[in-house]
Ligand binder design. Structure first.
Ligand SMILES: Nc1ncnc2c1ncn2[C@@H]1O[C@H](COP(=O)(O)OP(=O)(O)O)[C@@H](O)[C@H]1O
Ligand SMILES: [Mg+2]
Length: 267
């Protein structure tokens, strides 16, 4: 078997030298896969993504046990700029776009000053190919975008760095099912056309398992269940606790189903 692009091995992360947020998490991501990390609030999903991407220091957190290996290199506790240079980009949970910059300025923000105009244009064109809506919104400031447009821009700002591995934290949060469905389809298209490997964090298993090849369910900082899409969608626990868990989730899931049905009629 080919070695995984990313492997996380018995990882433990401690905040403020006191709070153990995740303990003994192991997961593995193959090149070209879409992998979902699922779980309720506080399960340790964001901490896992921060540990992989190096963004732990800002919260005074550290990997205290275990390893993160990317393309054969150990990367745990490396600074985020180094990890980014290796090809891992995080689309974080909060503060994903600069509210006072335009869409075009947001997209240009990660560019090195030395980058040629041709290269800039090529990368922008790539973004507008996947997100034509952002081309229409080029001159609008980030703060004036709708929730869905802001999430599009957040993914686009990650993509513009040409990552090999894109980590996306809670893309669907607070968005209407139709908007979520569209974003998920974009991720599939990005994976298909660019071959980028994607890890998505979601509270909604219904949303994530629509596009993920494989998923891990976290609870209290541990992996409690993992498997490919078929196994997880048919698993009793997932159906009970994650697909129909709260009335909010249930509504979401139904809405998505309804959206699909309506699309079949009209599309
Ligand atoms: N900045 C922080 N300082 C202290 N504890 C934190 C911090 N961020 C998260 N935690 C704790 O780590 C655990 C996992 O949180 P998190 O990774 O944010 O979960 P999730 O993303 O699944 O909601 C929680 O118990 C949370 O309270
Ligand atoms: Mg989180």
């Amino acid at each position: 078997m080919t070695p995984p692009l990313l492997s996380v091995d018995k990882l433990e992360v401690v905040y403020n030298r006191a709070i153990t947020a995740i303990q003994g998490i192991s997961l593995s991501v193959q090149t070209g896969q879409i992998v979902a990390i699922l779980g309720t609030n506080g399960a340790g999903k964001s901490t896992t993504l921060r540990a992989i991407s190096g963004f732990l220091g800002i919260d005074d957190a550290r990997v205290t046990e275990g390893a993160v290996t990317f393309k054969g290199q150990r990367i745990e506790n490396r600074p985020p700029n180094e990890v980014t240079r290796l090809g891992i980009v995080l689309v974080p949970e909060r503060e994903k776009v600069f509210p006072n910059l335009t869409v075009a300025e947001n997209l240009a923000a990660p560019f090195a000053p030395s980058m040629s105009n041709a290269e800039r244009r090529e990368r922008e064109d790539l973004i507008y190919h996947f997100f034509p809506r952002l081309a229409d919104l080029r001159t609008r400031t980030g703060g004036l975008l709708s929730g869905g447009e802001r999430q599009m821009l957040a993914v686009a700002s990650g993509l513009v760095c040409k990552p090999e591995l894109l980590l996306i934290d809670e893309l669907s949060l607070g968005l209407a099912p139709v908007v979520v469905e569209d974003l998920m389809q974009r991720l599939l298209q990005i994976r298909k056309e660019l071959g980028i490997t994607i890890v998505i964090v979601e509270q909604s298993a219904a949303v994530a398992l629509e596009i993920a090849d494989y998923g891990y369910v976290l609870e209290n900082g541990r992996v409690v269940l993992d498997g490919d899409r078929e196994r997880l969608t048919s698993h009793g626990d997932i159906q009970e606790f994650y697909l129909g868990q709260s009335s909010g989730d249930r509504r979401n899931y139904r809405d998505v189903k309804q959206y699909r049905r309506s699309r079949r009629w009209y599309g």
